[in-house]
Design a protein around this ligand. Sequence first.
Ligand code: PEP
Ligand code: MN
Length: 373
Amino acid sequence: MIVILQSEIDQTSPEYQQLIEYFSNKPNITTRVHQEIGATQKLTEVYLVGDTASLDKNEIESLPGVERVVRVSEEYRIIGRHRDESRPTGFEYNGVYFSQDTLQIFAGLCAVDNREHVELMMKALQDHGQVCTRMGAYKPRTSPYSFQGHGKACLPWVFELAGKYGIKVIAMEVTHDSHVDEVREALEQTGQPTGVMLQIGTRNTQNFELLKIVGRQLEFPVLFKRGFGIDLEESLNAAEYLASEGNRKIIFALRGMKSNLGDPHRNFVDFAQVPVVKRLTRMPVCIDPSHSVGSRDQAPDGMLDIMHVTAQGIIAGANMVLVDFHPAPDKALVDGPQALTLDELPYFLEDVAIAREAYEKRRGLCRRFTGGQ
Ligand code: PEP
Ligand code: MN
């Protein structure tokens, strides 16, 4: 059960103290407090855990300082919607806003290889008005003999180049809690030239100890990839680990599912679930066309499968696209065969804009015919 307090009430208010005392007298109920800072208001929420079935919702709603009470049936109680549309879905980070209504593009290198390639990538992004990118420094690889990423060593110069080219947010996978400290230290050492969104990769979706550490820090938002071999509910429960530790700035990424049915793509593309995740949770939803498709295969109409599935995800309302580019894909140390080239960046962005416009039109149509949102 979630007790949402009136906006002027916080942990210093007498009403808050009275409420906590009220709950402390209830048997088998424990409380946990969370503050949610939205764009326009600050919300204090009290989470009640334990024998909540015995509590009277109406009675709690009539207590001073209480705005409303939400009974949660789903397991993912913090990230879930619970038919409670009015709580915020978005957050701002380093000047960039993420929500279930916005769209941000994170084009960049799957893996940082050398300074020249990072600089060419970032310059191209700036030339095309982009302020976000992806840069892998820690690469979890299927084989221990494959390139594992430059790790900590590359962070200072990657961050400095990001600052030079006006990049505000870099999506960067972390695979160990020490990586979070290394990212923080490198940002401090270089004078915070950019921001970082910590990425949890599909191989770590259920690494609960890593999720707890990343969830406990509130400085960096988190891009959380669904597990490639578990069901959606298990992935959403895993995302809840982040939120239950305090971090609510989470974006949920669809990146395709492992399937042995002889698929033409590296993973079975799961972007039909964009609206599903938006319905079940308040998280913005990202799509990763590169790791879903895994190749530069082209349809007879001349368009790459990567471009087709990107458009499919966006037309269904995706809020973020994480996509591999490389200035020289044949020289890339990781995932070169699925990278788009810098020449393709303006083409890709224009295609994205067309799909987004189509989504907006579809929303308008839906409003006109059904009176929906
Ligand atoms: C990546 O985005 O670089 C990556 C490794 O993705 P995933 O965890 O989805 O395989
Ligand atoms: Mn990759």
